[in-house]
Design a protein around this ligand. Sequence first.
Ligand SMILES: *Cc1c(COP(=O)(O)O)cnc(C)c1O
Length: 370
Amino acid sequence: MDIPFLNLQAVNARYADDLKAAAARVIDSGWYILGQELAAFEQEFADYCGVSHAVGVGNGLDALSLILRAYKALGVLYDGDEVIVPGNTFIASFLAITENRLVPVPVDPDPVSFNIDPARVAAAIGPRTRAIMAVHLYGQLADMPALAELAGRHQLLLIEDAAQAHGASSGGRRAGAFGHAAGFSFFPAKNLGALGDGGAVVTNDKQLADRVAALRNYGSEVKYRHLYQGVNSRLDELQAALLRVKLKYLDEDIARRRQVAQRYRAGIHHPQIQLPSIPDEEQHVWHLFVVRCAQRDALQRHLQTHGIQAQVHYPIPPHRQSAYPALHDVHLPMTERLHHEVLSLPIGPILRDEDVNRVIAACQSFGGHV
Ligand SMILES: *Cc1c(COP(=O)(O)O)cnc(C)c1O
């Protein structure tokens, strides 16, 4: 495959010297968990997001899960409370809800933005609804003004799953700064990726941040004194040090992703390929460039014969997964349709213009169209 979906080796090779220096600093320090690198990264990432607190955790799923766990511990959420969530998200958004014995209420997305549809959220609000989990899917901000209005009117928590949207912004406000709390992932392939697993909770709520910080560390604020029944989910010093390097280049990487997306949007004109449209450039950081095509599998095979690796995000929606038999009765027509039609083209900060042109040419030649 000469144009892989994402070449992580090439992504990180750009900063290899800085990454190795950061790793050496941690190795030589002799301190590997909950130290200065994490504290510095938490401050830098909170500043980047424009919030007062960031708490580094083990991964993006744990970030979302610990937000909900902390709200339960604080007496804001209770077993059986409902959380409205987009049906077409990655399964982690659902798992965070169900592992806290809360109930996911999936709703269909808007077919153009792929993001949760506020009108459908409004229709799904019932007496047990306590929270909305807004996912900034594929890197584009969900409709936060509409969701914030609904959350305010119905006294719901608004939680952002920002795992794909580091740096997406609207009116100068970045992902993570719109809701009561947000979860980020630093999985290596995310726009801000560690060299292993990592995640963070960000919030302006000090009480919530303190509780998440305790819960991630065995429910402890002071060593060997356990206030709460916590878990072990910490962002380690090595990953924090590596993320500090990569955070410096995040905005440059986003700018390059936007250029690639712009080229795709200018170059691909095919009657069978529907391009993503966006309301406003700054709202999208193009974690994924997702097109729709009724003959999706044929298009993916066609690109493959041209040496181009395209992927499907995601082939099966959470409510149709074997993991969730209780949700198999739920019917979400738009979600189910999108899962047959979406295809993600290669995108990333290291894709060269000639690669982008080859992807465009291959798309244009699909089905004999020229
Ligand atoms: C990646 C991702 C997560 C989970 O992050 P991990 O670090 O892999 O646990 C959650 N939600 C969405 C939308 C994601 O893309």
